[in-house]
Design a protein around this ligand. Structure first.
Ligand SMILES: *Cc1c(COP(=O)(O)O)cnc(C)c1O
Length: 244
């Protein structure tokens, strides 16, 4: 069980640190979206955070995310402005299902996934829905060739092609790049590199002006370097329980 008072204090502290970083970097806190990553935590924690005013939640596993989203959607007391952000590795065959509950998908890292998310017709050819899906393009900033491919992310060398693929889809809206600072790389260096890559994306797609970066250990650095969407878990939720 999480202690609601401790949760409220940790949330307030992170919000305060975000506000101060924004001031230090000459940015407005209004341009920053705090997404609380609730992965592995029970849906009760999400409810407690809703009571504290949080509306943006992030999850990295489809089964778990779908379950929480469905439970809250079925509860008439849930506010109707919740937004689920999918931040994990996503199998192409699950793309359509994730699109049903997620407002933003942060982990588009290959052409097949972009195509699957953008597809709006069923196998029989009927149009399923005509809403656009907001996506971030995940980039792997790890320069070591031994980097773990299971973590996801497109190599910077393949960024241009994937950007064009997403931009060409009428049913996707590219918000910008997403990345995790690799282990062993200074976050400032990782996020400076990400900003350069964000500029490459904007040269092709001027409306893609957002950057998803910054976690519990490095969100202040990410804000200084231009992040707009912060994905903060443990600094707010406390340590994660073991896999459910
Ligand atoms: C878990 C996770 C986070 C949050 O990590 P914390 O260190 O708990 O803040 C952010 N982004 C992604 C992609 C994650 O999987």
């Amino acid at each position: 069980m999480t202690d609601p008072t401790a949760l409220a204090e940790r949330l307030a502290e992170v919000q305060e640190r975000i506000a101060q970083s924004a001031v230090r970097s000459g940015r407005s806190a209004d341009e920053l979206t705090l997404i609380v990553i609730t992965k592995f935590h029970p849906v009760e924690l999400v409810r407690d955070l809703i009571d504290l005013g949080v509306r943006d939640f992030g999850e990295n596993r489809h089964q778990e995310a779908r379950q929480k989203a469905a439970e809250l959607a079925a509860d008439p007391t849930t506010p109707d402005d919740l937004r689920w952000h999918f931040v994990g590795q996503l199998q192409t065959k699950k793309a359509r299902q994730v699109r049903e509950y997620a407002s933003v998908i942060h982990s588009v890292d290959r052409p097949e996934l972009a195509d699957a998310l953008g597809r709006r017709t069923s196998d029989r050819g009927s149009v399923e829905d005509d809403t656009r899906t907001d996506v971030f393009l995940q980039i792997d900033l790890d320069e070591r060739s031994s980097a773990d491919p299971s973590r996801g992310g497109v190599a910077p060398a393949d960024l241009a092609a994937l950007t064009e693929r997403i931009v060409a889809s009428e049913s996707l809206r590219l918000l910008g790049p997403m990345a995790v600072a690799p282990l062993g790389m200074e976050p400032i260096r990782a996020f400076m590199r990400l900003r350069e890559l964000a500029e490459q994306i904007r040269a092709v797609s001027p409306s893609s002006r957002f950057i998803s970066a910054g976690m519990s250990g490095d969100f202040e650095t990410a804000i200084e370097v231009g992040a707009t969407h912060l994905r903060v878990g443990t600094a707010i939720t406390g340590s994660r329980p073991a896999l459910p």
